[in-house]
Write a protein that binds this ligand. Structure first.
Ligand code: FE2
Length: 173
């Protein structure tokens, strides 16, 4: 059984007047749900960094991490709503995310700014890579709109990765 037929058994698509074929929509819903779960996980990781960071750069990093999670809210919403537009069901609940995230668990023991920056940089880079793969998958499947949405998302993730890595440059976090 291929991936798509397994998916359609697990979560049949709702009827829609959207002219994209069901197989196209199934591919996009799979890519988008994987992205959604990573985004929810990343948002929680960014919050962990916002809460737990300590050290002499505390206030700058505490505020930077707040701007990151403020940005993640609307893009996560866009991804989830695209899933519904295609007849799918967003799997963004805590239990689904815990099972489905492709990101590693965020460490709870770290405190120093540099450690949080490095942990976030790894996760932003990993998600941006997955999103870029999703651009190709959805584009090849014939869903240019989802590919475009993911293109904007990968650009936003790259921007935040740049900001994180710029802080890491100093090496003292
Ligand atoms: Fe806060």
């Amino acid at each position: 059984m291929n991936k798509v037929s397994k998916l359609s058994k697990a979560a049949p698509l709702s009827r829609t007047r959207n002219d994209l074929g069901e197989n196209v929509r199934l591919v996009s819903v799979e890519v988008l749900n994987a992205t959604l779960m990573d985004l929810v996980d990343l948002t929680n990781s960014v919050r962990m960094a916002h809460w737990n960071v300590k050290g002499r750069h505390f206030i700058g990093l505490h505020q930077l991490f707040e701007t990151f999670y403020d940005e993640l809210g609307p893009v996560t919403d866009e991804v989830a709503e695209r899933i519904v537009q295609l007849g799918g069901t967003p799997t963004g609940g805590s239990q689904s995310v815990a099972e489905g995230t492709r990101l590693p668990a965020y460490p709870i023991e770290i405190r120093q700014g540099a450690d949080h920056l490095a942990a976030l940089a790894d996760r932003y880079a990993a998600l941006a890579k997955s999103v870029r793969e999703g651009i190709d998958t959805t584009d090849e499947a014939g869903d240019a709109d989802t590919a475009d949405l993911l293109t904007g998302l990968s650009r936003a993730l790259d921007k935040d990765l740049w900001m994180i890595e710029a802080h890491l440059e100093e090496g003292k976090g």
